[in-house]
Design a protein. Structure first.
Length: 266
């Protein structure tokens, strides 16, 4: 996605050197439509410069700092020397992430996605997550729940989640479900406590799996599982609910597992 507006002063931008002159370097800005900036020779590098071509070459990708913007004269002044190594590395990684997210948008909605839909979806992501990449990453981790705060349609959410789960690499994934626990016995509280302990794994969970059970509202409890992949997460979620059901069942109680929260409706 390319921005149609103008960069702000002090912003870091990424682009390609498309022309070198004796007085400076022209840079085609990759993130902005039809925008080109100039790096004066004094802003190419610190110290005296004999030959600009000793420092940059045509076609080179560079990270620059915006010094000033004059929309009237269509001029953007840039600096290369004011960008340190850390800033340069972070900006390049940010740009690569944006390119990957742009590709995921094409996978989710097809190569013929129109500008209006692209912009609408992108704006929802930017408002909710800050970047397209962060939105896809959250969708990969939390599924449709991650997009509850957006105005995306059900079809759009489904396409995004499917694409995210197939293409986004995340350090872990999280799934959740709910179990309703009931016990008719006089010592029902103890039976429920035992069932919750069982749901949490009785202190014995596979490496890399984190499982947490929290009270939502009688008789509902939320089970949240973090795991390295969805297959493991879903299996552990189901196993947790089964353990709770077995434990409460030994005391004549019952358990019902469901994926959506119900307490708000009670």
């Amino acid at each position: 996605m390319n921005y149609s507006g103008w960069p702000d002063p002090s912003e870091l931008v990424i682009g390609k050197v498309d022309e070198i002159a004796d007085f400076g370097v022209f840079v085609d800005l990759s993130e902005y439509e039809d925008k080109r900036g100039l790096v004066h020779i004094s802003e190419v590098a610190s110290g005296w410069i004999k030959n600009v071509r000793d420092h940059v070459s045509v076609g080179q990708t560079v990270v620059a700092k915006v010094l000033s913007v004059d929309e009237g004269s269509q001029q953007i002044d840039l600096s290369l020397k004011d960008v340190n190594d850390h800033q340069r590395s972070e900006k390049v990684q940010e740009w690569k992430a944006a390119q990957r997210a742009d590709n995921w948008m094409t996978i989710a909605f097809g190569e013929d996605i129109d500008d209006e839909q692209y912009t609408a979806v992108a704006n929802e992501f930017l408002a909710e997550f800050g970047t397209l990449y962060a939105g896809f990453e959250e969708a990969a981790i939390r599924g449709a729940d991650a997009l509850d705060g957006t105005d995306l349609s059900d079809d759009e959410v489904e396409a995004i989640v499917e694409t995210a789960r197939e293409n986004v690499s995340v350090p872990y994934v999280a799934v959740s479900g709910y179990v309703d626990l009931r016990s008719p016995e006089a010592a029902g509280v103890d039976a429920i406590r035992e069932a919750l302990h069982a749901a949490e794994g009785n202190g014995d969970l596979p490496d890399g799996v984190d499982l947490d059970v929290t009270y939502v509202g009688s008789p509902e409890y939320r089970i949240r599982v973090e795991a390295p992949d969805y297959k493991t997460a879903e299996a552990e979620l189901e196993a947790s609910a089964d353990r709770a059901a077995a434990a409460v069942g030994e005391h004549g109680g019952s358990a019902e597992f469901h994926r959506e929260r119900r307490s708000d409706d009670e």
